[in-house]
Design a protein around this ligand. Structure first.
Ligand code: NAP
Length: 320
């Protein structure tokens, strides 16, 4: 089968399309025939060799994919060859024609959800759910700022928050991105490049501020976030690409909290809970992944360049 392989850490050019042996499922494992794989920013940090998790070389990147069950090892129950599924993590990498996963990482993909959309699920939707509900403990009726709502995690955050009955304010850096955020159900959409957008935010909340912020670029925004939080507000740091100076008094005077996490820290029980909510949201139509760009598997390097550029518009997926 064809797979993208990385033999050395480095720029996008280290992503090479190669022929490798077909995969075989061991006990409790499943081989999925991949129709589409999701591209996440962390795939690029890992390829660069700068991420907290450094895989042994060579490796196949990617943790998100959708396709059909091809074969199963001993002891796998509740799945059959040909079932439409998405994976929440893999053992062998997702940028390939086949991927190997533990049975518990394989989840049903309802017929109304395309394979491209299925590839957009795992990291973005699990991250947004964990940030909003498990870490930020946002409640129905609260106001949530999704600071960077036009990308993979942001779109998922808008949909989870709307489904849970929160008031949602999203931001995007381009007209196209903001239109999409509005179409996904945000009550208000602001331009995070406009000089006065936080004044607009305060006006939208009647001067009260927001209860929860899902922050995609903390090194740029954290200090400002702390000034637009309501009393007992929570900033959940999802993305960060550098250092920032903050005034801790902004936290103290609001009884506020700054929280951070990585999805890799979630327990098996928490992940099971996330994916149960995810499958239910797909079935009832409240979750509708937005795919902004589809590229062939062979163009993984281009996908890695694009995912790091501004002007996000939903997810980038690779099709096998
Ligand atoms: P993405 O699809 O590339 O989207 C990036 C988002 O950040 C876009 O909405 C972009 O908006 C926005 N952005 C750019 N400049 C911004 C600014 N100044 N203020 C606010 N937002 C800004 O990436 P993603 O998959 O959504 O991931 C978002 C971040 O979370 C990445 O840094 C990623 O590494 C991180 N992440 C962390 C975890 C975790 O476990 N903690 C898990 C998944 C992702 P425009 O392009 O419209 O300007």
């Amino acid at each position: 089968m064809k797979a993208i392989r990385v033999h050395e850490f480095g720029g996008p050019e280290v992503l090479k399309l190669e022929y490798v042996h077909d995969l075989r499922a061991g006990a409790g494992q499943v081989v999925v025939r991949v129709a589409a794989a999701g591209v996440n920013p962390y795939d690029t940090y890992m390829r660069q060799g700068t991420y907290a998790i450094k895989p042994p070389l060579p490796y196949t990147p990617g943790s998100d994919a959708a396709g059909t069950v091809e074969s199963m090892g001993e002891g796998v129950e509740g799945l059959a060859a040909g079932d439409r599924v998405y994976v929440g993590g893999t053992l062998s990498g997702a940028y390939a024609e086949q991927t190997l996963a533990e049975a518990w990482q394989v989840h049903p993909l309802p017929p109304s959800v395309s394979f491209d959309q299925g590839a957009a699920l795992n990291v973005p939707y699990a991250t947004a759910y964990r940030a909003l509900l498990q870490i930020g403990r946002a409640l129905p009726g609260e106001t949530v700022l999704i600071h960077g709502a036009s990308g993979g995690v942001g779109v998922a955050g808008v949909q989870w928050a709307r489904a849970a009955g929160m008031k949602v304010i999203g931001t995007g850096g381009t007209e196209r991105g903001r239109e999409m955020v509005a179409a996904q159900g945000a009550h208000h959409v602001l331009d995070h490049r406009a000089p006065d957008y936080l004044d607009q935010l305060m006006k939208l909340t009647g001067g009260r501020g927001v209860d929860v912020i899902l922050e995609m670029l903390a090194n740029v925004n954290l200090a400002k976030d702390l000034t637009v939080l309501a009393t007992k507000g929570r900033v959940v740091v999802i993305g960060n690409r550098g250092n920032i100076e903050i005034n801790p008094r902004d936290i103290m005077r609001r009884d506020a909290a700054v929280l951070g996490f990585t999805l890799w820290g979630a327990s098996r029980q928490e992940l099971d809970s996330i994916h149960a909510a995810l499958v239910a949201g797909l079935e009832n139509g409240s979750l509708r992944p937005v795919v902004g760009k589809e590229l062939p598997l062979a163009e993984a390097a281009q996908a890695h360049r694009t995912v790091m550029e501004p002007g996000a518009h939903g997810k980038i997926v690779l099709v096998a």
